[in-house]
Ligand binder design. Structure first.
Ligand SMILES: NC(=O)c1ccc[n+]([C@@H]2O[C@H](COP(=O)([O-])OP(=O)(O)OC[C@H]3O[C@@H](n4cnc5c(N)ncnc54)[C@H](O)[C@@H]3O)[C@@H](O)[C@H]2O)c1
Ligand SMILES: [Zn+2]
Length: 383
């Protein structure tokens, strides 16, 4: 028998009652090199919970997915399996609503878990559904894209898109565990790998000179998605993201080094209508713009600026407008940046690199500086 007894007094006070509901979430993000270890790790994290698995129709057919399905099935743990259509269009309230109907239909209980196997689209949608279904059920991420493994799978920012804005409907709801299996990366197309690499370069520039050097030395193998080369990279990126979000899990502070490349990157995505330019490509271009602004302000040495731009080039990522799939109109990019500035009370926090492993967050970057850096001559290459 477990007795709980309380005796809260009538204190007669008038001051407000402090409601302290700080939530402390701790979970493990595993980075494993092959399917066998992925199975062991996922099964250990699932334990004896029943699971509802959500994936997309492309990922559903991949052999590392089938291996996980077989293992969970043999243990009798699967209560349902759902494959959504691949693509950003699925990250919607419509899909979320269908998933909620389905979870209710298969009677997922609070102590069960949802497992999402897929890229950012699947994980963001499933995470959002897990955050609202029965006021929150556990979920486990199995990211299958590089972007998913180094970024979207960790951090608990979950959302779906709305017709008026990307990621407009969402929550902070942390996964119970993350299992990144390098084998998934070998079936990923090269453009997706490159886009994921942009987010890794971002993390290397802001927080890890040795990761930067590792990418410089192994660029060719990384672009091929070779699992043994990917493992240290994904692990380092996971550690960097985990350490940076631990300082500010609910993003209360707008001065976030993880936003490096994103001010202009988001503007480029908006100005080109979300789609033709992948997020990572836009971020790569955005980082190049930030490097050029930092260089013009003498905040970074020409050598460091060239190293950053040179690495983006080695990874076949865009650093000039002409290298983007759709060349954005500078006026539209500036208009999008301006919208953000207005929303943020007139101040735009811009992350500028100082050297590898150090950034400055400034709020006085002018339109003129941005315009010059958008169209300015690329560092490290003669006019
Ligand atoms: N929550 C976050 O913190 C966060 C961070 C970054 C991005 N995101 C979100 O992530 C989404 C983009 O994620 P993404 O780039 O992973 O895209 P995605 O989920 O759309 O996947 C890209 C494509 O690759 C396919 N695919 C996935 N894994 C594969 C594999 N192993 N082999 C072959 N094909 C595979 C998918 O079916 C899809 O067609 C965006 O919606 C973005 O907003 C979220
Ligand atoms: Zn990003």
């Amino acid at each position: 028998m477990h007795v709980i007894r309380d005796n809260i007094s009538l204190d007669g006070g008038v001051e407000p009652v402090e409601v302290d509901v700080n939530r402390f979430d701790t979970y493990r993000a595993h980075v494993v090199e092959d399917g066998r270890r992925a199975v062991e790790t996922l099964c250990a994290e699932v334990g004896d919970r029943h699971v509802a698995v959500v994936t997309d129709q492309t990922v559903d057919t991949l052999s590392p997915t089938r291996e996980l399905a077989k293992a969970l099935d043999e243990r009798g743990l699967i209560i349902g399996w759902y494959a959504i259509e691949p693509g950003e269009g699925s990250k919607s309230l419509g899909t979320a609503s269908r998933l909620i109907d389905w979870l209710a239909g298969i009677e997922l209980a609070r102590r069960d878990a949802v497992v999402s196997i897929g890229g950012g689209v699947v994980m963001d949608t499933v995470g959002y559904v897990a955050s609202v279904f029965m006021r929150g059920v556990p979920y486990i991420n199995v990211p299958t894209t590089l972007l998913g493994q180094v970024d979207a799978g960790i951090g608990g920012k979950v959302s779906v898109d709305h017709c008026t804005g990307k990621n407009l409907v969402g929550a902070f709801w942390q996964p119970r565990a993350v299992v990144s299996n390098m084998e998934f990366l070998s079936s990923l197309d090269r453009r997706q790998i490159r886009a994921g690499m942009a987010e890794v370069v971002k993390k290397a520039v802001i927080a890890s000179p040795c990761l930067f050097e590792y990418i410089e030395c192994n660029a060719a193998q990384l672009l091929e998605g070779v699992p043994s080369a990917m493992h240290p990279l994904v692990r380092a990126a996971t550690r960097i993201k985990s350490s940076l979000i631990a300082r500010d899990p609910y993003e209360r502070d707008l001065r976030r080094p993880l936003n490096f490349g994103h001010t202009v990157g988001h503007a480029v995505e908006t100005a080109t209508g979300y789609g033709p330019v992948l997020h990572g490509e836009a971020v790569s271009f955005g980082m190049a713009v930030a490097v050029r602004i930092a260089l013009a302000r003498d905040l970074i040495t020409a050598a460091d600026a060239e190293r950053i731009i040179g690495l983006l080039r080695a990874l076949e990522l865009p650093v000039t407008p002409a290298e983007l799939a759709v060349e954005p109109d500078p006026d539209r990019v500036l208009a999008c940046v301006d919208t953000v500035r207005r929303v943020r009370d007139g101040s735009l926090r811009f992350v500028l690199p100082l050297e590898l492993g150090a950034t400055a967050i400034v709020d006085d970057v002018s339109d003129g500086e941005i315009r010059a850096a958008l169209t300015g001559s690329p560092v490290g290459r003669p006019e």
